[in-house]
Design a protein around this ligand. Sequence first.
Ligand code: FO1
Length: 311
Amino acid sequence: MSAVAVLAGGVGAARFLDGLVQVVAPQDVTAIVNVGDDMEWAGLHIAPDLDTVMYTLSGLVNPEMGWGVANDGRRVLDRLKSLGGPAWFTIGDDDLATHLYRTQRLREGAPLSTITAELCERVGIECRVTPVTDDRLRTVVQTPEGELAFQDYFVRRRAADPVHALRFDGAEAARPAPGLIEAVEQAEAIVIAPSNPFLSIDPLLAVPGVREAVTASDAPVVAISPIIGGAAVKGPAAEILDSLGHDVSALGVARLYDGLADVFILDEQDADLVGQIEAETSLRCTATQTLMSGPAEKRALAQAALAEASA
Ligand code: FO1
């Protein structure tokens, strides 16, 4: 197996990619990353999913949180708070350097994909990490309280509001980042990482051309369930499945990917759903351990996904 394209959100995708680059040459991996979570913070461009992937693949990540930099300081944030600045979003001192660099380069006119490549190169990442688009794309969450910007919903309000709908502001006019469609076309396997299908994967597919490139590809498309035993490994995927009227299970996720993916990998805990998924959808389904608690589990899941792609 050589070229692999991965549709990626934040923590789950980053951990999967960390395993993948151990089992295939990193140069053959393209991570296509969500930017719907991006926001402006204190005048800086924050790109949480890109940074989660970058920090994880470089070994800089805070392992407990799955995002941010390990052992990061809070001096700037504490000072900013004391001045009455924004306090609900935690930006560590080391992490801040990334946002300063990105924002400065954006102001110089560099596209986000170029800046991401620069940052990744500087921290020693060998695979290709690209935002899905260089254009502005923002996830907006419709709740009983009205529309919320993504990080307002996710961090400020702790993902506690029922989600009535989602929209991806800017997606219709967004263009795929340079080389992205070619990476999908040339991929010998396409993996939909174990990310939130609504918050992480849908914004990628909302960029015109991306879904079309995935469905037009002859390469096998392997999707991995982010739901285990009716609960999300991380984040509000289960609550959103429920509030949008889907089955809160790997079956509910499989139905979402029917027609897009060829193979669906769910956790061994959910092995009893394999038959129903294969009967109800066009997906071939298989169970394996999907919880990535350490390097060996990450590698094993990557190997399982590649084996399914070659089967
Ligand atoms: N998540 C939180 O729950 N609270 C935070 O204060 C927070 C800050 C933060 C800063 C930089 C960054 O790259 C990520 C950060 N995250 C935080 C995580 C982020 O909101 C989510 O991981 C994603 O947007 C969802 O994939």
